[in-house]
Design a protein around this ligand. Structure first.
Ligand code: NAD
Length: 288
């Protein structure tokens, strides 16, 4: 498919990632169909997009006059049939294999045969998800980073079945979104999480073994390695449950003990200490 033929994009799931993806496509002139299961999730997403556009206006990234047309180009829908006219669709529903398979099959059923279907999964095999559809050659991974309007990277993941045409179109589409696509092939954790999560896991081992307190581990990485955030601050921001899930995917996927999840991480997740979102992780937030 010629990337210039992509005009209308469907985003499935209006959560953290879905609203960011919709924001970026709309800001770059695409017509967006944003689908979630309930109107309240769509309302919340549009509110978030509106606030984030205000932030971009303040920073001088977009003109104030652009805000209304950008918001108006996002059509919120709850019925899957309403995505039928999309040329390109991106799935961003929660990271559960069965849910993703169901949503992708539904989208596959209603989209035109030539439309490309992408997943924003951060750890599930893109090859396995492609196999759940009738268009495995027109299926690809598009791993946006959070927050989507700010982060330049899109990890573009080729499933075993992805055609060259689908791959080329997706890479060019990322560039049209003013993102930096980096191509990788499908493998557990891709590159981003395969490199990042073991760093976080090892930082947790340092705390568990009393090598250093969280503040000290983070200070070493910030002051010595020039990381903008320490690995444990970052883990709290991502969510310790998500970090643990990804470590489990790496451990199972490679069958290599080097990916063994840190027992302290497991214990903290069992305690409900999930990081910033629960008020406590390696650090304590909001006076909790
Ligand atoms: N949050 C991150 O930092 C991050 C980064 C990269 C990739 N991801 C990946 O992006 C995906 C989405 O993550 P998120 O953090 O945005 O999740 P989220 O929980 O914030 O949002 C998911 C949304 O999907 C909706 N949903 C559930 N079932 C649906 C259905 N059948 N059809 C349409 N919408 C449905 C939910 O109502 C919710 O609004 C996951 O695969 C995750 O691994 C997340």
């Amino acid at each position: 498919m010629n990337p210039d033929a992509v005009r209308t994009v469907a985003v499935l799931g209006a959560g953290t990632m879905g609203n960011g993806i919709a924001h970026v496509f709309a800001r770059c002139g695409y017509s967006v169909i944003l689908r979630d299961v309930e109107q309240q999730f769509l309302d919340r997403a549009l509110e978030t997009i509106s606030k984030n556009l205000d932030r971009e206006i303040k920073k001088g990234k977009i003109a104030e006059a652009a805000k209304s047309p950008v918001l108006a180009s996002i059509v919120p829908v709850t019925k899957i049939e309403e995505i039928a006219r999309a040329d390109f669709a991106i799935e961003a529903v929660p990271e559960q294999l069965d849910l993703k398979r169901t949503v992708l099959r539904e989208a596959d059923r209603v989209l035109r045969p030539e439309a490309i279907l992408a997943t924003n999964t951060s750890s599930i095999s893109v090859t396995e998800l492609a196999a759940a559809t009738q268009r495995p050659d027109r299926f690809i991974g598009m791993h946006f980073m959070n927050p989507v309007p700010v982060m330049p990277l899109v990890e573009v993941i080729r499933a075993l079945q992805t055609s060259n045409d689908t791959f080329e179109t997706t890479m060019k589409l990322c560039e049209k979104l003013e993102k930096k696509p980096v191509a990788v092939t499908d493998s557990p954790g891709f590159v981003s999480n395969r490199v990042l999560m073991p760093l976080i896991n090892e930082a947790a081992f340092c705390v568990m073994e009393s090598v250093a307190a969280p503040e000290a581990v983070d200070a070493v990485m910030k002051l010595g390695m020039n990381h903008p955030m320490g690995p444990l601050e970052l883990a709290d921001f991502i969510g310790l449950d998500i970090c643990l899930d990804v470590m489990e995917v790496l451990f199972e996927g490679f069958g290599d003990p080097k990916f063994r999840p840190c027992p302290l991480l497991k214990k903290m997740v069992s305690a409900g200490w999930l990081g910033k979102k629960s008020g406590r992780g390696f650090y304590v937030y909001g006076g909790k």
